[in-house]
Design a protein around this ligand. Structure first.
Ligand code: APR
Ligand code: PHB
Length: 405
């Protein structure tokens, strides 16, 4: 088999890249180790920046999203029993927060790729990368996990296979520099059947731990609480989860959290991570394969979108006019916006999670940070700009403009 760009991974990065390349007349094949059903059923985060929405619009991938998503004009930061609204819409000149689950974005992108003749091989086994420092890199894999070994020759390979995929470890260790912070807490997330308790997202810092109120639809809500990342979900009965949520979200004016049956729960650990460089020979890493952010800043999917936007443009410059400068500077160009979003995600995480390792002084500093973030117009504007449009896509995409021409 042969293709121009071999893509490993059918997450947001791989699927968006494949469709962006298609729109530019560049051929690609996606190899994914999971089944389509698994990908479409995995619960992840759900907040899209304005630039990501503009990009999905321009790609023709937003029709259902524009009908079903929730568009919020602000978020609430809650601490000391009081809520403080940050009016993002006003502070950013009309930008919005779009709440639409990541697996719904994936369903839309897979359907679009199938409609447009995209080649996707799901359930691929033993995916490995070869000859990356030659002009003809190759991907080997098995169809259907235990089938015969097959090979795809490519001009370039895009490693969009998330944090645990084989692409990043294919870059020689002496060339990779890794930066990492592991947080001493994780998030326990639940999905419930209930109407929304709040018209906008609530990020709460309570001495018992962080809590987040988010939404999925008028009938389904998404809630999180800070827990020990090593804790076992079996230790968390529904009653215990509700007790913590009520305590951490309580306000002096008696705000009410609406309960409902919990139908999904799980614990995720939190880390910040960046791999430099994001390229080696003819391999380019994009999305979680190259970097991880803790979910507090809601940046994961948006960073993946920004990377593949830059990569698609760089590949387009190569195929249209033989220019390799953009490809050569891909990693440098991406790392600017990645470190910016890493800083924001680390800042939001540090400000919102009480930490058992903190001294009483550090706890006071955290509350002072929250007071400042919710009372100074300059601080609120900074937070709003970063939250609504912090990654690079926003710098390239203006509402309504077709970013692909
Ligand atoms: N072979 C083929 N595919 C693989 C392999 C492998 N060996 N290992 C992993 N994959 C696939 C995974 O099954 C997954 O579908 O690569 C895909 C990577 O997708 P994501 O992990 O979603 O990463 P990315 O596309 O970069 O999107 C980043 O997703 O994880 C969230 O919060 C994160 O929002 C962020 C976004
Ligand atoms: C979610 O809805 O899953 C969500 C929202 C905001 C975040 C993280 C996750 O910061």
């Amino acid at each position: 088999m042969r293709t121009q760009v071999g893509i490993i991974g059918a997450g947001p990065a791989g699927l968006m890249l494949s469709h962006l390349l298609y729109l530019q007349g560049i051929d690609s094949i996606i190899l994914e180790c999971r089944t389509r059903e698994e990908i479409e059923g995995t619960i992840r985060a759900g907040v899209l920046e304005q630039g990501t929405v503009n990009l999905l619009n321009a790609m023709g991938a937003s029709e259902r999203m524009m009908r079903e998503a929730h568009f919020h004009h602000g978020i609430e930061l809650r601490f000391n029993g009081e809520g403080h609204r940050i009016n993002m819409h006003e502070l950013t000149g009309g930008k919005k927060v779009t709440v639409y689950a990541q697996h719904e974005v994936l369903k839309d992108l897979i359907a679009l790729r199938l409609e447009t003749g995209g080649q996707m091989i799901f359930n691929a086994g033993d995916v490995s990368l070869h000859d990356l420092d030659t002009a003809s890199p190759k991907i080997r894999f098995r169809k259907e996990q235990d089938g015969e070994l097959q090979e795809i020759s490519c001009d370039y390979i895009a490693g969009c296979d998330g944090f645990h995929g084989p692409s990043r470890p294919s870059i020689p260790a002496e060339i990779r520099k890794e930066y990492q912070k592991i947080y001493p807490y994780g998030w326990l997330g639940i999905l419930i059947e209930a109407p929304p308790s709040s018209p906008e997202l609530i990020y709460a810092n309570h001495e018992r731990g962080f809590a987040l109120v988010s939404t999925r639809s008028p009938e389904i809500q998404r809630l999180y609480i800070q827990v020990d990342p090593k804790d076992d979900i079996a230790n968390w009965s529904d009653d215990r989860i509700w007790t913590e949520l009520h305590a951490r979200l309580s306000t002096k004016d008696g705000w009410k959290l609406i309960e409902g049956p919990i139908f999904q729960k799980g614990i995720v650990a939190m880390r910040s991570y960046v791999c430099e460089s994001m390229q080696y020979g003819r391999l380019f890493l994009a999305g979680d394969a190259a970097h991880i952010v803790p979910p507090t800043g809601a940046k994961g999917l948006n960073l993946a979108a920004a990377d593949v936007y830059v990569l698609a443009r760089s590949l387009d410059a190569f195929y249209k006019s033989g220019k390799i400068e953009l490809l050569e500077s891909y990693s440098t160009n991406c790392l600017r916006h990645i470190w910016k979003s890493e800083r924001f995600s680390w800042f939001m995480t540090s400000m919102l999670h009480p930490n058992h390792e903190h001294t009483p002084f550090e706890r006071r500093m955290q509350l002072a940070e929250l007071n400042f973030a919710t009372s100074s117009r300059a601080a609120m504007t900074t937070l709003a700009e970063e939250y609504v449009d912090g990654s690079l896509v926003g710098q390239f995409t203006e509402s309504g403009r077709n970013v692909l021409v």
